[in-house]
Design a protein around this ligand. Structure first.
Ligand code: SF4
Length: 403
């Protein structure tokens, strides 16, 4: 793994403790979304399609600390929205470091140069810069020119100040294996500490529905990329080799959504980082009341094409713990990029998608307005533009308008 040895050892010890205690489901990485507001509007993003009143919500410092205290995960990944828009972000990062957590702060880097001196380098703190490929790929992905250059400038600055820096790279169906491999080579020359890569999840509310990968295309793409880098050994991936092996179609895992529990301004998101099918008030309620068997590939239509790291990295880590020799062989030899793929989970019995977005938005708006003006507001329902794409998905759901 491309993560520091001390970090790997502490996370390993945590995993062993969970296993020895017989805990069936436990968290590995807290996914914190302390706000949805962003300073970009990427075509493949399904996270910022909210009325202003919700985009203006923030999780407070105390709520962020309560989230980690409740769940106890050893790692916290802070995303959004754009976390650097949150005024309390330096205190939140510091609060997690004081609790001996490993902190990954995900950012599009547009504000990094301005805000970097609010943070201090630490072996337990990593900037994770959003970069979806080379200049042409990334600027297209974020729908704005010049963002790639700013991100690379920010990486250089952060490295020069002694920070640990990784990139997070989401790939879509227009990614070219040779171009992506060349991009990873180029990133290595910047002295990056890690690369996190994942296929994009087909968010139902993303404006661009045409460029999400299906499972077969994902596996072919990753085989094409990894084959150009000695089965992945050429690049400092922060993910387990077992997860890369899964992306290359050599394993067929069920997801482990509780491994990356997600706390947003709505509450604890059910069932995972990618799907907001409901919200729990507490972490215990999330773990105990979520009907986990209703989700995952083969169980639910919205899960059919998912191979995202937040759902499957914990499955790969579990496999690694059960089969350490297999994991060692993949680490030494690299991921296999030829030959038969593992048989995938059949989709014949999956239940159809439910479209629940508007109900959650309406409920949240009601809470916000009740807190501001007790008894005075009723949410007004309207329709937004945009397309939800084809397949069996319906057109855009009504969205509750910000007043
Ligand atoms: S497959 Fe699992 S991780 Fe992916 S969207 Fe479904 S529940 Fe979430």
């Amino acid at each position: 793994m491309g993560i520091p040895l001390g970090q790997a050892a502490r996370i390993g010890a945590y995993l062993v403790r969970q296993k020895l205690s017989g805990r069936k489901r436990f968290p590995l990485v807290l996914m914190l979304e302390p706000l949805f507001r962003c300073n970009l509007a990427c075509a493949g993003c399904g996270k910022i399609d909210y009325p202003n009143e919700i985009l203006n919500q923030r999780l407070s410092f105390d709520e962020c600390m309560a989230a980690i205290d409740e769940c106890g995960a050893p790692v916290v990944s802070i995303a959004g929205g754009e976390p650097l828009l949150h005024k309390e972000m330096p205190e939140i990062v510091q609060g997690y470091l004081q609790r001996k957590k490993f902190v990954i702060l995900c950012t599009n880097a547009l504000l990094l140069t301005k805000k970097i001196d609010d943070y201090k380098p630490s072996p337990a703190f990593t900037w994770s810069i959003h970069l979806d490929g080379n200049q042409a790929m990334h600027d297209k992905s974020v729908c704005q020119t010049g963002v790639y250059d700013k991100a690379v400038e920010a990486i250089r600055l952060a490295k020069s100040k002694g920070f640990q820096v990784s990139i997070n790279c989401t790939l879509f169906n227009d990614a070219d294996p040779a171009q992506t491999a060349a991009f990873f080579d180029e990133m290595k020359t910047l002295g990056l500490d890690g690369i996190t890569v994942s296929p994009g999840y087909a968010y139902e509310r993303a404006p661009d529905q045409k460029h999400f990968l299906n499972r077969t295309k994902t596996k072919e793409l990753f085989r094409g990329i990894l084959a150009r880098g000695r089965g992945g050994r050429d690049w400092p991936f922060t993910q387990s080799r077992m997860f890369l092996n899964f992306l290359a179609g050599n394993e067929s895992y069920h997801c482990t959504p509780w491994g990356n529990p997600t706390r947003t301004v709505f509450g604890w998101q059910k069932p995972c980082y990618l799907l907001g099918e409901g919200y729990a008030k507490t972490f215990d309620e999330l773990m105990n009341d979520t009907e986990w068997d209703k989700y995952g590939v083969g169980n639910y239509e919205k899960c059919a094409d998912c191979m995202v790291h937040s759902g499957f990295e914990a499955s790969a880590v579990d496999d690694m713990m059960r089969h350490p020799l297999k994991a060692l062989a993949i680490t030494l030899k690299g991921v296999r990029t030829e030959g038969a793929m593992a048989r995938d989970i059949p989709l014949d019995n999956q239940r159809p998608a439910e479209f629940v977005f508007s109900g959650h938005v309406e409920k949240k708006l009601g809470e916000i307005r009740a807190a501001k003006h007790p008894g005075s507001h009723k949410p007004r329902i309207t329709r937004t533009g945009g397309s939800n794409g084809g397949g069996s998905k319906p057109g855009p759901e009504p969205v509750v308008a910000a007043e």
